[in-house]
Write a protein that binds this ligand. Structure first.
Ligand code: G6P
Length: 609
């Protein structure tokens, strides 16, 4: 997610800007850049980490007391050095950083090109630098040119600009994209996120929508788009950095569950070809020829990522008819798995640093097998070691128990299934139907999130039980496993996940009034079988909590407690049913007063085998 930092004051700008960028790293990004104005223009950008940018700038003398910097998370255009911010116009006089989307950039770009402007990047943002340049021809004044440019753009923006011949001011405009101004002693720090400011000052001005700020060392003027002055309050914020990152949520886990709708939108953005009823991935371009020879898929992963892989196996075999195996990465290494060059190896990992998964990947690479990474953390080992990659774009996941990363993995894997299935037997209309379902997912998740109180009440009823069984069939079997894992991880309650049909082959011996069974019984081809399983549990005096499809009247009569989720295609139903599972574990752990974000004995990224 893009981050902005700006500085004007009495100190050298570079260290403040780099420090700010590092504090924004938790948001996730893929490239970065900085410009510092002094006796000369000091300008550097890079694809990759802020540490790479830092190395580049340290070789030069980046002196100056005013500057802007940015971490970019690619939307329009690949994560390259050229597409990184700051952007500048033809004469390299004005520099801008931008968060948001300039919706009318194509029209503006065309007009500017007709006037002779040459663009170097594929971004929507660059247009703003050229716009200021163009307006400056009329106004000969930075502020007026900036305001003129703002009046021409549509969309969402947090924009910060500097002019190489005006070292006294930074200009800022905001609409639907956060911008804050930290007020320090003879300095102002501008940022898109409070985390970048808190290290220097706790006095903050929150810029409102359609407001423009002129920031000088000791002075700040804010006006609206009609040029009327706007009085602003300086807020004294008394929060720690961690609290700032958490927003109004009590834990990162809850915040991350609530990010699910956004996570889905991000995972899908730019990856659908609706007219062709299929999906595309920039990361697969380089291996498209090799992919044509693929006959089998093998997935390696650990923990929650493994369950995402298991879900993908069902999808890939059902819809794309590609034989798929899923291997626990640590097991793969210890046995002689049958794998040859007709196999595509997919490594799924949130962190991209899990040692077991990396170990499995290395073994496979040695056999020259085609490898693909589905990874969340940009630039991580797995993303570098695989032949090709698809990023989850879930943003940083801080809570040890994975929630939003699973949602993004499942979404990416659904898109990948669509990609392969359309090359096999899935028809155009089926492809289009699936796309529609994918596009409706985030809204449906929103409905589940608004139902959290119901899940909290159920958790309140059950948090003292010592054992749970989770059951699901077909696409919801991996969700039963994941639900049980979540409960184990954060509440330390013993929970086992099983395929619905397995209950009668052993675990039913455990069922009594003290052993609740959590069943996923959403509408679909396995519905009736799950109903029969629930009856078996009830007949043994067991308590049943159910996740069911809204409108299902039958289920309320047999289950003790029900969480309804919106109707969806059977294929995508697990992306919905996992959310109540995550919430249930969360609320149980909260009633038990556990350290939800940092469960005992667990690590977010396990870098040892
Ligand atoms: C650890 C974490 C789990 C995670 C697993 C795999 O065990 O605690 O939450 O699912 O590693 O991590 P990865 O980063 O490879 O997805």
């Amino acid at each position: 997610m893009c981050g902005i930092v700006g500085y004007i004051g009495k100190e050298e700008a570079l260290p403040v800007l780099l420090d700010g960028l590092k504090r924004l790293e938790y948001r996730g990004y893929d490239s970065s850049g900085v410009v510092v104005l002094g006796e000369k223009v000091n300008f550097e950008k890079t694809a990759g980490r802020v540490s790479a940018l830092e190395k580049k700038v340290s070789k030069n003398n980046f002196f100056g007391n005013i500057g802007i910097a940015h971490t970019r998370w690619a939307t329009h255009g690949k994560p390259t050095k050229t597409n990184a911010h700051p952007h500048t116009g033809c004469k390299k006089e004005f520099f801008i950083v931008h968060n948001g989307i300039i919706e009318n950039y194509k029209e503006l770009k065309k007009e500017l090109e007709e006037k002779g402007h040459k663009f170097s990047s594929q971004t929507d943002s660059e247009v703003f630098a050229h716009l200021i340049e163009e307006e400056f021809k009329d106004y000969h004044n930075f502020e007026a040119a900036f305001k003129g440019a703002v009046s021409k753009i549509k969309g969402a923006f947090g924009i910060v600009a500097v002019h190489k011949s005006d070292l006294e001011k930074i200009l800022i405009a905001k609409k639907s994209s956060p911008i804050l101004i930290g007020v320090g002693d003879g300095e102002h720090i501008i940022a898109s996120d409070i985390a970048a400011i808190l290290g220097r000052t706790k006095e903050i001005i929150y810029l409102g929508d359609n407001e423009i700020a002129v920031c000088e060392k000791n002075n700040i003027r804010i006006s609206n788009l009609k040029n009327e002055a706007v009085g602003k309050k300086v807020h004294k914020v008394d929060i720690s950095l961690e609290e700032a990152e958490k927003g109004h949520f009590e834990t990162f886990m809850k915040k991350e569950i609530f990010e699910a709708p956004e996570v889905i939108k991000n995972a899908v953005r730019g990856r659908l070809i609706e007219s062709e009823g299929t999906s595309k991935f920039g990361g697969l371009d380089d291996i498209s020829e090799r992919l044509k020879d693929i006959k089998k898929i093998m997935i390696v992963a650990c923990g929650t990522s493994y369950y995402a892989g298991l879900l993908a196996k069902y999808w890939l075999e059902d819809f794309a008819q590609i034989p798929t195996t899923v291997e626990i990465a640590s097991e793969f290494k210890d046995r002689k798995a049958s794998i040859d060059k007709s196999t595509l190896l997919i490594a799924i990992s949130q962190s991209g640093e899990t040692a077991d998964t990396i170990g499995a990947l290395k073994e496979v690479k040695a056999k020259k097998i085609l490898t693909l990474g589905i990874v969340n953390v940009v630039g991580s080992t797995i993303s570098r070691e695989t032949d090709a990659g698809i990023y989850n774009r879930a943003g940083p996941e801080i809570s040890v128990a994975s929630t939003k990363a699973f949602i993004s993995q499942a979404t990416v894997l659904a898109l990948l299934t669509l990609f392969f299935a359309r090359q096999k037997t899935m028809s155009l209309s089926e492809g289009k139907e699936l796309i529609l379902e994918i596009k409706n997912l985030h809204g449906k998740i929103g409905q589940i999130l608004s139902n959290q109180k119901n899940i909290e009440n159920i958790a309140k009823k059950y948090f003292k039980y010592k054992n749970f069984i989770y059951l699901g069939k077909k696409y919801n079997f991996p969700i039963a496993l994941e639900g049980a894992l979540k409960l184990k991880e954060i509440s330390y309650i013993h929970a086992e996940g099983y395929a619905g049909g397995e209950l009668k082959h052993g675990p039913i011996a455990l069922v009594d009034k003290d052993f609740p069974v959590f069943c996923i019984a959403t509408k679909g081809s396995s519905y009736n079988k799950m109903l029969a399983t629930i009856e078996e549990v009830k007949a043994r005096g067991g308590k049943v909590i159910c996740i069911a499809t809204s409108g299902d009247k039958k289920i309320s009569k047999i289950a003790d407690d029900v969480v309804f989720i919106p109707k969806s295609s059977e294929m995508l139903s697990p992306i919905l049913s996992v959310i109540p599972m995550q919430f249930f574990a969360y609320f149980v752990a909260r009633y038990l007063k556990k350290d939800i974000d940092k469960p005992r004995n667990l690590a977010k990224s396990v870098t040892v085998e």
